[in-house]
Ligand binder design. Structure first.
Ligand code: NAD
Length: 314
């Protein structure tokens, strides 16, 4: 079947705030879902957002966007959890943990009442912590519940590198960030490639300087991008909505796409008893496989440090 060809595909989004509504809009524009349900404890918000998105529907696609209640998650192919409060300036994602874990527990209890099938995708921050707790509470088959993790950071890293090297000839950059979706994230320089060529060789062949200080700056620009966005507009929503729609597209079309998402680890990368972002194969069953990359010493140490931060928070 051709990609995105019309076939029933239901997505329920819990939390119709900036992230939830932007996700519904992205899914609608990309023609990924045929039915989108927005659920929010503030029903007037979910009703208003669904009406607003619905206005443009007939022009673009044949998808329904409605406000619903928890009972409407029944038969969803994907349930996206975006509720919780957003990050304030000068707060880290980990500072939101108490408030958002409490909200997540009430959401898990509701999901359990009405769940019939589908993948549960966690977005609420701190996403690695909430994902781990949701996996525990929902107790579904491995890979069914996972978090967006560093998928957004990986998109940002790819863009930052592309802009630095100036991909005038549309060379394709593959770059990934793993670890915490937060300040201790690890930019995986050892695996970055451009059109299949290791980035160091690519830059040497094009006489582009890429020394350690430049690598550090590009990784830092990636890490601090959300803070720069929050300074200007209090929240981030479009990038994550794109990232969520990419993940749902990979699920719907069984793409077996490798994305950095947050999943419970059981010895992979020497880590266990937490959820953290690592390269995952995403298909119709959610996370179908964890890819083990060979990390260099510094990357391995940075991942270990990131895992300690998440474990302390847990
Ligand atoms: P927001 O405040 O605009 O929206 C949150 C919504 O959740 C509100 O409409 C609120 O009424 C609703 N809500 C709260 N408790 C609820 C409950 N128990 N049941 C149903 N709805 C409930 O916030 P936002 O900007 O949309 O951000 C949402 C979350 O997404 C935050 O935790 C934020 O940090 C996170 N986020 C994650 C990423 C990522 O990469 N993982 C990126 C951006 C934002």
């Amino acid at each position: 079947m051709a990609e995105n060809q019309k076939r029933d595909f239901k997505v329920s989004i819990i939390g119709a705030g900036f992230v939830g509504a932007s996700t519904a809009y992205a899914l609608m524009l990309r023609n990924i879902a045929t039915e989108i349900v927005l659920i929010d404890r503030n029903k007037s918000v979910s009703e208003a957002e669904s009406l607003d998105i619905h206005c443009s529907l007939k022009e673009i696609c044949n998808c329904s966007v409605v406000a619903g209640d928890y009972c409407d998650i029944k038969d969803s192919d994907v349930i996206v959890v975006t509720c919780g409060r957003g990050r304030k300036l000068n707060e880290t994602r980990l500072d939101m943990v108490n408030d958002n874990v409490k909200i997540a527990k009430t959401v898990a209890d509701e999901i359990k009442k009405y769940y019939t099938k589908g993948i549960v995708l966690i977005v609420s921050n701190p996403v690695d912590v909430i994902t781990y707790k949701m996996i525990e509470w929902l107790n579904l088959p491995k890979g069914t519940v996972f978090g967006t993790g560093c998928s957004l950071d990986s998109m940002r890293f790819t863009n930052v590198i592309s802009e630095y090297i100036g991909t005038q000839n549309f060379e394709k950059v593959d770059a990934m960030v793993i670890g915490e979706h937060g300040d201790s994230q690890v930019a995986l320089w050892s695996t970055v490639n451009v059109d299949g060529m290791p980035i160091d060789s690519f830059c040497a062949s094009k006489k582009i300087t890429l020394d350690e200080s430049i690598k550090q700056k590009l990784a830092n620009d990636t890490r601090t991008m959300s803070t720069r966005i929050i300074e200007g507009k209090i929240r981030t929503n479009y990038g994550i909505a794109t990232s969520i729609s990419n993940i749902i597209d990979a699920i719907k079309n069984d793409k077996k796409q490798v994305l950095s998402t947050s999943i419970d680890l059981h010895g992979e990368y020497g880590l266990s008893d937490l959820a953290l972002s690592v390269p995952c194969v995403i298909g119709k069953n959610g996370v179908e496989k964890i890819i083990i990359e060979e990390l260099d010493l510094a990357e391995g140490q940075a991942l270990e440090k990131s895992s300690k931060i998440i474990k302390n928070t847990l």
